[in-house]
Design a protein around this ligand. Structure first.
Ligand code: ADP
Length: 421
């Protein structure tokens, strides 16, 4: 047997070196697992608990020795904010055994062994063997009860404050508009200049309060949301017609492109003479909310593009509908991209220093898109421009028709995808 020399010059068999290495490794990981404040739980393929660290015991109120070899459902009892037990499809530990994609749940509540309900953040990852079988899962969880209370108080404060402040700001804006109205007031050009600047700032303030209010609502789930069947091609066509003049005012070209991906098609000429067909992209969203998102992406594209073109595009496959807003502006530095959809995040550059903004638009957009189980992200190249993508679940034409029939019987005045564009 091969051996290695220890410090006394004596040879140690290799197998015992390995065994002691393993013991050392285990001792090290035990030290770490015992020291951290996060609860760590290891499940085997049968979803029974194989490891439960002291923090997990402290958070759940279960003694570590009582949990080993128990089905995790007996120990980790998850409920939603209404105290209703999690459905299997929502349970992050169940999800991981279905798909093996890391799951993060920041809305869960856990019932402890003594029946107390605490707020928890949970991250679960799958353990996968060389044949790609899921052999277990590791769950890491944290008691965030205090943080959630503070988050709620912050959101309530922002919501009340911004709501209260919108009223006086609207009054100031109104009076400034009157002061600048030649039929009502006589002012010299210098005063007009000052008033125009004041009016602009008041509008900015009004937008900030509105965005604050919307983001506070988005965070605590109070955002008004009345989804209906929306045919995205028609919806975007009308929306781009409405915003076209804003782009043209800045000397930018606006293009609207509908891609083709098969599926049901419609004659978009309306005349039937020259048949140009395109697929129908049905989604189930609140058209007012989605308009906010696309308008925000479009406004940004205009704001941050000096020359060139804005393209609003639409494609999809049988599962998703993909909207894109592309510009030929300055682009976004790669290090800023991961933070772009966070609250108040603005890239620090000359453009944002001179161009007004709240840093809330993309945060609100993300919250809205997530309401519909969608995804929003950006691909950007400095100096070349940016493409913002939105993926939304696509409704089949049959499903869209049956939902539309239901909507028609429920409420005769349903919000049409074309309304208020
Ligand atoms: P803002 O009110 O500042 O525009 P947003 O949340 O809408 O807030 O956008 C956040 C930041 O992302 C912006 O401040 C800007 O730095 C960057 N950004 C957004 N869209 C674009 C774009 N099309 N091109 C370049 N930068 C952009």
């Amino acid at each position: 047997m091969f051996g290695i020399n220890n410090k006394n010059g004596k040879s140690t068999p290799k197998s015992s070196v390995l065994a002691s290495d393993l013991r050392n490794e285990k001792a090290k990981s035990d030290i770490i697992l015992n020291a951290i404040d996060d609860g760590v739980m290891l499940l085997d393929a049968n979803k029974t608990i194989q490891m439960f660290n002291p923090a997990a015991a402290k958070i759940t109120g279960w003694a570590e020795k009582d949990t080993i070899n128990l089905d995790y459902h007996s120990v980790i009892k998850l409920v939603n904010e209404k105290n209703e037990p999690y459905a299997q499809a929502d349970d992050p530990f169940e999800k991981i055994f279905e798909e093996a994609i890391p799951v993060r749940d920041t809305k869960a509540y856990l019932q402890t062994n003594s029946g107390k309900t605490i707020a928890v953040d949970i991250n679960v990852s799958a353990l996968i063997d060389q044949e790609q079988n899921i052999t277990g899962a590791v769950g890491i969880f944290r008691d965030v009860t205090q943080e959630r209370v503070e988050q709620k108080q912050r959101a309530e404060f922002i919501s009340t404050a911004s709501h209260e402040m919108r009223t006086p700001v609207a009054a100031i804006e109104g009076y400034l508009a009157l002061a600048m109205n030649e039929r009502v007031s006589k002012i010299d050009s210098k005063a007009r200049d000052y008033l125009e600047k004041a009016h602009e700032s008041t509008q900015h303030l009004g937008k900030l309060f509105q965005d604050l209010l919307t983001s506070a609502k988005a965070e605590d789930g109070r955002l008004q949301n009345h989804p209906s069947v929306v045919e995205m091609g028609d919806f975007l066509q009308k929306l781009s017609e409405d915003v076209r003049f804003v782009a043209e005012k800045k000397g930018l070209i606006l293009d609207y492109l509908i891609g083709s991906s098969g599926g049901p098609t419609v004659d978009i000429t309306g005349s039937g003479s020259q048949k140009i067909v395109r697929p129908l992209y049905y989604t189930y969203v609140d058209p007012d909310r989605l308009r906010e998102v696309i308008t925000n992406l479009f406004d940004n594209a205009i704001k941050y593009t000096e020359s060139g073109k804005i393209t609003i595009g639409l494609t999809g496959d049988d599962k998703i509908v993909q909207i894109r807003v592309q510009d030929t502006g300055g682009g976004i530095p790669p290090e800023d991209v991961p933070h772009l959809f966070e609250k108040f995040y603005r890239v620090d550059n000359t453009a944002t220093r001179t161009i007004g903004g709240t840093g809330l638009g993309l945060f609100i957009s993300r919250k809205i898109v997530e309401l519909y189980s969608g995804r929003i992200w950006v691909e950007s190249e400095l100096g070349k421009g940016s493409i913002f993508f939105i993926n939304l679940p696509r409704l089949s034409t049959e499903k869209a028709n049956s939902l539309q029939a239901q909507e028609a019987t429920k409420a005769p005045n349903i919000v049409s995808p074309n309304a208020k564009l």
